[in-house]
Design a protein around this ligand. Structure first.
Ligand code: AMP
Length: 860
């Protein structure tokens, strides 16, 4: 009877193409599925109208430009409520993707079947599927669901850039480095800054656009072709919004455009010939015979590539904030995705991101860009998925952790044994391991966990480890084998299982001081699982409140809250949002002491975009940028213009998905302008108050110094104050928190210096005893607590802070009494209280935990 063995596989479910790979039996090399030299499979589905057969891959892709049309680029719709028409039936994006995944599973099954022997048979049951780093939560969930529908246990949904970096490290045998992964596929662009330390990957910065890729280049090139055809007197005045036949004609042009694009990647001139693929509106077969130069094509492609460079800088900016990393810290720029075959991409990436002013490499890494993601996923799958073995009856199974490749000759073997049916039991059982020169037993721990350490393996060779599993009664219930290969020169083993990173921040839209305000709940690059809290005041007059939860500018979920009817208006409703490692969101809420579970539902689809909506955005943007300084204005304007151009093209092509996406991008540009304005801390009034204090104190010190030996150059100091005021004002206008904070620090420094000067004068001399000084300090801090901070806490309804401040006031009174006794320690206590009070004040003033009012579009 055969043992059933399985290793997890890596699948790159791409917009245009998918690929699948698995680490070989010995975990020392990667098997990439290949079919007639092709290492990728079009992510394309077609249903034969006659036989009803569902066809996936190359055969389906051949149907492009025919009716019924095959389904392509389904990845763009993942997580959306849309369905697509597959010949005669409607399917969800998840269903279509699950068919593609099932095909990938079938393909790699053929490869692993080659490892079958007389007593083992291999199967594919588990996978790591990759997703763009820039996918939002509904898209991620839909991908997981699709893989499950395809009969795969999903071990992880790995970010594509992480997979690419993983392969790079494995193939270059390195386990340290900082990388910028530039992934331009058919329909998505991701820029990710990754750091690998001792084999563990960290995502430091992410940006991108999941509606930007080779497809956009094809669409633009198709428009160019259309112009040629009109010039050549073909009837090609297409109505893409209304006429279905014209839509097919345009799809055919796009198909031809893609051919031109690919041809021009290999050569500078492309002889573009086609006869009969397309017919014009009069039914005349179109004959094309034209020389296209690369320069001409690049004119069309350049705006798309330029947009990607902007996203790379955004990802770097985030990495700067998160980890203080700049482009000069990046060791390699790694290219991934089919569109990086375009020479223009490599040229622009080299010029804009590498070399003296950029990353440490002279040019980007251009290796296996079509399959790098699947290869990396396979490496990770092997590390995470280990090896799983079932007995022939499938009543027991043993899972071996990690890979079967090792760099040492004394290795550790660990895993878990499981009983799979109700009448099978492993309680009190043990497992026996035998190999050349070694024989040992290990008891099964809780959950069947076991481990053997220092198991000898043959140097530079493959060793066979035999296992026998025994139940509590000492009966052998299963036997299996695992090979372990020793190799001194092993690369990394696919990295640690680093926790997933949130790529797009979650936010809520709220009303703050009467203005719409985007409140960030969980920032990007947060590691999952994570939790966040927020609270709102009950608006009254309603028993149901809906809080839309956004990712980027897309409403992804809606939190539904049933408010008990007796809740008074203005009562605080607090929430605890939990996002698990699978991106599943759960929310607990509380009104007073009453806790409840809030329902989290999929957000409803967005209404059809209208021209009026776009015009309104344009005027909001114009108003918002007016207040920006020239440099920021130019940056925002450039981003706006690029997105607007893409939106106009989507409008012309009647591409609803792209249109919605670009609208969201435009809204995001506007939001980011507004958000910065609000979040500078401390508020400007406080800055002004410090300035006044500096000026008044300066005057007072001069007066106190008159007739003494102390020289106080009031004018010189006034200049220093003015310089800081200038910097602070400028920073405030530019919304530059760092420069603003620095100016305030400097002003505090001036105040401290003035205080020192003042104390040297007879007027400022401190004649108090140490005890009196400590007591006075306690009194002054008590004053701060009772006054400003307590008032703030009360006005914001923060009962928790009120309690804490009351406790501080009580202790300060005690400090006053203790002043004479343990002076040093009492001073420390007072200083701690002062720091804490300032912290509380900053939080309350900055509104970091502000009680917001109802979200702008909460409906009831
Ligand atoms: P991917 O999503 O990574 O499979 O990339 C698919 C995209 O790569 C499509 O837009 C293809 O047109 C594009 N692509 C594939 N090969 C080439 C090539 N040789 N030159 C330019 N673009 C290519």
């Amino acid at each position: 009877m055969k043992q059933i063995l399985s290793k997890a596989v890596g699948i790159d479910l791409g917009t245009t193409n998918s690929a699948v790979a698995v680490m070989d039996r010995t975990d020392t090399d990667i098997v990439l599925h290949e079919d007639r030299r092709a290492t990728t499979t079009p992510s394309c589905l077609w249903k034969d109208p006659r036989s009803g057969e569902l066809v996936v891959g190359r055969l389906a892709a051949r149907r492009v430009g025919t009716t019924p049309a095959p389904i392509r680029s389904i990845k763009r719709l993942m997580g959306r409520p849309d369905t697509v028409r597959v010949t005669d039936e409607d399917m969800t994006p998840e269903q279509v993707s699950s068919l593609v995944l099932a095909e990938m599973k079938r393909q790699i099954q053929q490869d692993v079947a080659a490892w079958d022997s007389a007593d083992t048979s291999w199967e594919v049951d588990r996978a790591i599927v990759t997703v763009p780093a820039y996918f939002d939560q509904p898209a991620i969930e839909a991908t997981r669901h699709a893989a499950e529908m395809a009969g795969l246990e999903v071990l992880d949904l790995l970010h594509e850039p992480t997979a690419a970096a993983c392969y790079h490290c494995w193939s270059h045998k390195t386990d340290n480095g900082t990388f910028l992964v530039y992934d331009l596929g058919g329909g998505t662009f991701d820029a990710s800054v990754m750091r690998c330390t001792a084999g563990a990957f960290e995502v430091l910065g992410i940006s991108g656009n999941n509606m930007l890729g080779g497809d956009n280049v094809d669409a633009e090139m198709a428009r160019r072709l259309q112009e040629y055809l009109v010039e050549d007197d073909y009837a090609f005045d297409l109505d893409l919004a209304g006429d279905d036949e014209d839509k097919i004609r345009f799809a055919q042009l796009k198909f031809l455009a893609e051919g031109v694009k690919q041809g021009l990647s290999a050569q500078d001139l492309f002889m573009f010939r086609d006869s009969g693929t397309v017919r014009d509106k009069d039914g005349t077969p179109v004959i094309i015979d034209r020389m296209v130069e690369r320069a001409e094509f690049e004119e069309v492609a350049r705006p798309v590539v330029a947009r990607t460079i902007g996203y790379c800088h955004e990802a770097m900016e985030l990495a700067g904030k998160v980890a203080g990393i700049s482009l000069s810290d990046v060791d390699q720029v790694i290219l991934a995705g089919g569109s990086t075959h375009m020479p223009l991409v490599r040229e622009m990436v080299t010029r804009e991101l590498c070399g003296p002013d950029g990353a440490r490499c002279a040019e980007p890494v251009y290796e296996k860009v079509d399959t790098i993601v699947a290869l990396g996923a396979a490496i990770r799958a092997s590390a995470v998925g280990g090896l799983r073995s079932h007995n022939p009856e499938r009543t027991f199974r043993i899972f071996f952790r990690g890979t079967g490749a090792t760099g040492t000759t004394k290795t550790r073997v660990a895993g878990r044994a499981e009983a799979l049916t109700a009448d099978a039991d492993l309680d009190g059982g043990h497992i026996r391991l035998s190999t050349a020169g070694y024989d040992d037993e290990a008891d099964l721990g809780p959950d069947g966990v076991f481990g053997f350490s220092r198991v000898p393996v043959q140097a530079g060779a493959e060793s066979l480890l035999a296992f026998d599993l025994y139940d509590g009664e000492g009966t052998r219930v299963m036997s299996t084998v695992r090979t372990v290969t020793h190799d001194d020169d092993l690369g990394i083993d696919g990295g640690e299982t680093s926790p997933p990173t949130l790529s797009k921040s979650f936010s809520l839209q709220v009303n703050r001081a009467g203005r719409p305000h985007v409140k960030e709940l969980v920032p990007a690059t947060t590691l999952l699982p994570t939790r966040a809290q927020f609270s709102f005041q009950h608006p009254g007059n309603t028993e149901q409140v809906l809080f839309p939860l956004y990712q980027h500018r897309r409403r992804v979920q809606v939190i539904e809250v049933q408010v008990p009817p007796s809740t008074p208006r203005g009562a605080e409703i607090s929430f605890d949002v939990h996002i698990d490692a699978q991106y599943l969101i759960t929310v607990r809420g509380a009104v007073g002491n009453t806790e409840f579970d809030a329902a989290v539902e999929k957000a409803p689809p967005r209404p059809e975009p209208t021209r009026a909506e776009i015009d309104q955005l344009v005027s909001r943007f114009t108003n918002a940028v007016m207040y920006l300084k020239a440099g920021d204005h130019a940056v925002a304007q450039a981003k706006w213009d690029m997105t607007m151009a893409s939106l106009e093209s989507a409008w012309r092509n009647n591409d609803r998905v792209q249109l919605e996406h670009d609208l969201e991008e435009l809204e995001f540009v506007i939001d980011s302008l507004a958000v910065v304005e609000i979040t500078l801390v401390p508020p400007k009034a406080e800055f002004d108050a410090i300035v006044t204090e500096c000026r008044e104190f300066n005057l007072r010190v001069r007066q106190a110094a008159v007739g003494t030996a102390i020289t106080h150059d009031e004018q010189e100091l006034a200049k220093s104050i003015d310089a800081q005021v200038d910097q602070g004002e400028r920073a405030y206008r530019n919304r530059d928190q760092r420069a603003y904070g620095e100016a305030i620090e400097q002003l505090y420094g001036i105040l401290r210096w003035l205080d020192g000067q003042y104390k040297k004068t007879p007027e400022g001399k401190d004649n108090r005893s140490e005890e009196e000084r400590v007591a006075d300090a306690a009194d002054a801090v008590g004053h701060l607590a009772r006054g400003e901070v307590m008032r703030l806490a009360e006005s914001k309804g923060r009962a928790d802070y009120v309690r804490e401040i009351t406790e501080i006031i009580r202790d300060l009174a005690e400090c006053q009494r203790d002043a004479g006794r343990d002076t040093g320690r009492t001073q420390t206590r007072i200083a701690q209280h002062q720091r804490r009070l300032r912290q509380i004040r900053d939080v309350l003033v900055s509104g970091a935990h502000d009680v917001d009012s109802l979200p702008v579009d909460a409906t009831s």
